[in-house]
Ligand binder design. Structure first.
Ligand code: STX
Length: 434
C-alpha cells in the first residue's frame, strides 16, 4: 500500500502580501522544475503541516503549500485578541491563490484539497477552470445546510453522544437551538475565559471524530489554545456565512469543471463530512473517479485514504509535463509498474454510458482496482463550458495585471517574517492530521 513520501524541507518560503493587512505564508518543496501542485488545507483555519508535502513525489512535483488567511503561519493570526475576520472569505482565498500562482510564475497547477480544502478546490476550479490541470479531492465538503446540521447541530450526536455532551457544555442552555450561531457569539467574546474554552470544545469535537479510531495525538495537537482559537473562529465564521455561496452551488456548477481529470477519495465512515456529499458530487460529475475507502474515516492520513491519494498524485504526475500543460489524450494510468489495472486509453473513448453506478471504485485494503469502462470525458459538456472559461479568463487577466503589486514581503518585512518564524518554530512539533 502506498505511503507518504520521505520528509523534505522547503526549497523556498515567503510571506505574500495579499492586501487587507494580510500576509500569507507559502512554501515550495520538491522539484523546482516539476509539475506544479497546490495543496489546500482543511478547516478552514487548519493550516498546513510538513506532512502535507509528503503526498507528492518530490522528484516530479513542484509542491506549493500555503496557510490560508488567519491561520498557520499567516498573519494576522485569528487567535489574536480582537481578530477581524471581515477580509477572510472564500473569495478572498481564491484571489490569494491567483496572486500566489502569479507570484510563483505558475501558469496552471494541479489542485489538491481535502475536507474544507475540497470545497475551496471546487470553488477555485469553478471560478478559474483554465488554471487547473487536475483535481484530487478528499472527504468532500460543500458547506450545505444539511452538512453543517449533521456535524454541528446534532446529527452526528447519534454516533457520539458522549463527545457531543462536551461540545454542548460551553453553550448556555437557552442557546442550544442554533449551535453554530451560539458558538459564534462565544468565540467572538473578548474575554479569553469565555472564548478559549469554547474554541477548545469546538476543536476537540472535530479532532475526536475525524479518525476512524480516536487518536490522542491528533486531539492534543488541535486543542492547544492558540491553534484551537484560530481554527474554531475561522470555521465558525465560514459556516455562519455558508461559504459565501448559495446552498448547493458547488455541486450545481460542476458542469464548469467536468472536463478536468479528477479523483475523489472518500472514507465510508467519515463522520465529519459524510459520504452523502461525495455521492452527490459523483452523481453530478460521473467522469470524476470515485474511490470509496471501506475502512476509513475522514482524516487524510488514514491508511486507505493515503494510499488512494498518493495513487492519484502518482498517476497524475505523468500527465502534463514539467509546466502542467494538459495532454488530453494522455493515459492517466501509466505511472506505476505495479498498477496493472489503471485506466487505458481505449477505455476513455467510450462515450456511451457515463452515468452508471459501476464506475465507483470501492477500494478494499491495499489494492488500487480502478476504473471501469465509463470513466470518460463527456465531450459535449466540455464544449459547452467554453463560454464560462472565456468569462473567467477576463477575471484572470485582471488578477494578472496586479502582478506587479505582488510583494513577497520576505525581503522587506523582517518583523512579519520573525513573527511567522517564531510560530513556525513553536509549532515545529506538529505534524498534522489534516
Ligand atoms: N471541517 C472539516 C475540515 O476541513 C468541517 C477539518 N476537520 N478537521 C480538520 O479540518 C483539522 C484536522 C484541520 C482539525
Amino acid at each position: 500500500m502506498r505511503d507518504l513520501y520521505p520528509e523534505i524541507e522547503p526549497l523556498e518560503t515567503g510571506m505574500l502580501d495579499v492586501g487587507d493587512g494580510q500576509h500569507i505564508y507559502w512554501e515550495v518543496s520538491g522539484n523546482r522544475e516539476g509539475k506544479p501542485v497546490v495543496f489546500l488545507h482543511g478547516g478552514p483555519g487548519g493550516g498546513t503541516t510538513p506532512t502535507h508535502r509528503r503526498l507528492f513525489d518530490p522528484a516530479k512535483y513542484r509542491i506549493v503549500l500555503f496557510d490560508q488567511r488567519g491561520c498557520g503561519f499567516s498573519i494576522p493570526h485569528a487567535s489574536e485578541p480582537g481578530a477581524d475576520l471581515s477580509a477572510n472569505t472564500t473569495w478572498h482565498l481564491i484571489a490569494d491563490m491567483e496572486r500566489l500562482r502569479a507570484h510563483l510564475g505558475i501558469d496552471r497547477w494541479q489542485v489538491f484539497g481535502g475536507s474544507w480544502g475540497s470545497a475551496l478546490a471546487l470553488a477555485y476550479a469553478e471560478t478559474h477552470p483554465e488554471r487547473v490541470t487536475e483535481l484530487v479531492l478528499r472527504g468532500i465538503f460543500t458547506l450545505r445546510r444539511q452538512e453543517l446540521d449533521w456535524f454541528y447541530e446534532g446529527g452526528a450526536s447519534a454516533v457520539f453522544p458522549d463527545l457531543w455532551e462536551d461540545f454542548l457544555a460551553p453553550v448556555p442552555l437557552g442557546e442550544r437551538a442554533h449551535l453554530i450561531e451560539a458558538y459564534g457569539r462565544l468565540l467572538a467574546h473578548p474575554d479569553p475565559a469565555v472564548h478559549q474554552p469554547a474554541a477548545i470544545a469546538w476543536s476537540r469535537w472535530e479532532s475526536s471524530t475525524i479518525t476512524l479510531l480516536p487518536q490522542a495525538e491528533t486531539i492534543a495537537r488541535f486543542t492547544s489554545p492558540e491553534y484551537a482559537t484560530a481554527f474554531a473562529r475561522i470555521e465558525n465564521h465560514y459556516f455562519r456565512h455558508g461559504g459565501w455561496w448559495e446552498d448547493g452551488q458547488l455541486i450545481r456548477d460542476v458542469g464548469r469543471i467536468r472536463h478536468i481529470p479528477a479523483v475523489i477519495v472518500q472514507g465510508r465512515y467519515d463522520m465529519c463530512t459524510p459520504m452523502m456529499t461525495a455521492w452527490d458530487l459523483h452523481r453530478a460529475w460521473p467522469e470524476a473517479e470515485l474511490h470509496i475507502i471501506d475502512d476509513a474515516g475522514h482524516a487524510f492520513d488514514e491508511p486507505g485514504i493515503l494510499a488512494a491519494l498518493i495513487g492519484a498524485t502518482d498517476r497524475f504526475a505523468e500527465t502534463g509535463g514539467a509546466f502542467g500543460a494538459v495532454d488530453d489524450d494522455a493515459d492517466l494510468g501509466t505511472t506505476d509498474d505495479d498498477d496493472d489495472d489503471d485506466l487505458e486509453d481505449e477505455e476513455r473513448t467510450d462515450l456511451d454510458e457515463v452515468d452508471r453506478d459501476d464506475d465507483v471504485d470501492v477500494d478494499d485494503d491495499d489494492d488500487d482496482d480502478d476504473e471501469d469502462d465509463d470513466e470518460d470525458d463527456e465531450v459535449d459538456e466540455v464544449e459547452d463550458d467554453d463560454e464560462v472559461d472565456d468569462e473567467v479568463n477576463d477575471e484572470v487577466d485582471e488578477v494578472d495585471d496586479d502582478e506587479d503589486d505582488d510583494e513577497d514581503s520576505s525581503a522587506d518585512d523582517g518583523a512579519v517574517i520573525a513573527d511567522a518564524e517564531d510560530r513556525r518554530k513553536a509549532d515545529a512539533a506538529r505534524s498534522g492530521a489534516e
